[in-house]
Design a protein around this ligand. Structure first.
Ligand code: RM4
Ligand code: MN
Ligand code: MN
Length: 374
């Protein structure tokens, strides 16, 4: 029988709140008003899927006065904290960068925020800091590329020196956006070199939306895993850029191939959803994302590794390819439904969610001040 118990997905607190495009934000009825209501949504996703017991948090978006109390609220919902994500991209001071900024005072501010996030992570019992920098330049000559690299290594080194023993430091790269000319951590190679400089607990985080079109992401997984530096994943899907669509919605075969690589290692890295649901119902979108991940994982487990190895050794090109197609084309939905029930989840999570009326209940309860005074 299929066993989904080793698959652990973190859902992102920021994936439950209001979001939009750079042209507009579309508030949804029932959207969570604070971190506690985001936790309620995350707990609902875990209840239905049995696979999403952890919640990644973003600071200062999820900041509270009392972190011991927040930890209690997380645990009371049957959840645990996932990675802690510092935010080095929203403050106006970061216009020209955070840890690469030409002004030392801004770099100090960025370091102070990351150190604060180490303390928050400790208080919440988190085992990872997950760093994404929006740093980069828009024009040739705008800043000195070598200097920026030195500033970044200096700042990150200072944070890494304070990293509590039980925490990992995850370094996420992105080759485009928001800078247009040069991104300071543009690809997995730059991220890996940075990790090598920082130390053993620094590992690379791969976000599916952060590559050039056509990049072979499963090969990046193989390289990083081979170096013991694959720290985590941000799942989403895209057609064009960093679209943050539901994972598996556009390119399920790519997702399957990534899971074939992930399951080739002894242990799975940290697996997080990093999506932004602009027009679709948010909790439903998160549930569908987890279901898609369960199915991609289940198909990867079906690959006959012994036969695959034999075909590869024999140089039989298409036999190996066919073995992957056999697994990918298998309908794993009934097996996943059964395995989900064994985990305490629902056979058909989307249908159960719809029938439960959760979305309507939240829309009635979670009224904003504006809606109440209307
Ligand atoms: C970035 C990146 C980060 C995420 C932010 C909100 O594109 O993917 O992981 O925290 O968006
Ligand atoms: Mn990401
Ligand atoms: Mn992204």
């Amino acid at each position: 029988m299929l066993d989904l118990s080793k698959l652990v997905i973190e859902t992102p607190s920021w994936g439950y709140g209001d979001s939009g495009t750079r042209f507009g934000v579309f508030p949804q009825p029932g959207r969570p008003r604070d971190v506690f209501e985001k936790l309620d949504d995350a707990a609902e996703v875990h209840r239905l899927t049995g696979t999403a017991p952890a919640v990644a948090l973003h600071f200062p978006w999820d900041a509270v006065e009392d972190y011991a109390a927040l930890r209690g609220e997380i645990e009371a919902r049957g959840l645990r904290v996932g990675a802690v994500n510092p935010n080095l991209f929203q403050d106006p001071d970061y216009k020209l960068g955070s840890v690469t900024h030409p002004d030392a005072a801004v770099r100090e501010k960025a370091v102070a925020h990351m150190l604060e996030c180490l303390r928050i992570a400790t208080a919440l019992g988190s085992s990872a800091q997950s760093l994404w920098l929006a740093d980069g330049t828009n024009y040739p000559g705008q800043d000195d590329l070598r200097e920026r690299r030195h500033r970044m290594l200096d700042c990150l080194g200072r944070v890494y020196a304070e990293l509590p023993a039980e925490q990992e430091f995850l370094v996420e790269y992105k080759f485009f956006e928001p800078a247009f000319y040069a991104t300071d951590l543009a690809d997995w190679g730059s991220a890996l070199l940075t990790c090598f400089k920082l130390g053993e607990r620094a590992k690379v985080l791969v976000d599916l939306g952060h590559h050039a079109q056509g990049t072979n992401i499963e090969q990046i997984v193989a390289f990083l895993a081979g170096e013991g530096r694959l720290g985590g994943f941000h799942f989403n899907n895209r057609k064009y850029a960093d679209d943050d669509l539901i994972v598996g919605s556009v390119n399920p075969f790519e997702l399957f191939l990534i899971f074939v690589e992930l399951t080739a290692s002894d242990a799975l890295p940290r697996l997080t959803i990093d999506q932004s649901h602009n027009v679709e119902a948010k909790v439903e979108a998160m549930v569908l994302s987890v279901v898609n991940l369960q199915e991609a994982y289940a198909k990867a487990l079906l690959v006959d590794r012994t036969a695959l190895r034999a075909a590869q050794q024999a140089g039989d090109v298409l036999a190996g390819h066919e073995l992957l197609l056999d697994a990918f084309n298998t309908d794993v939905r009934p097996a996943c439904a059964q395995a989900r029930v064994a985990l305490g989840g629902a056979e058909n999570p989307i249908r159960t969610l719809r029938e439960s009326g959760y979305a309507d209940r939240m829309a009635r309860h979670r009224l904003t001040e504006q809606e109440l005074t209307r």
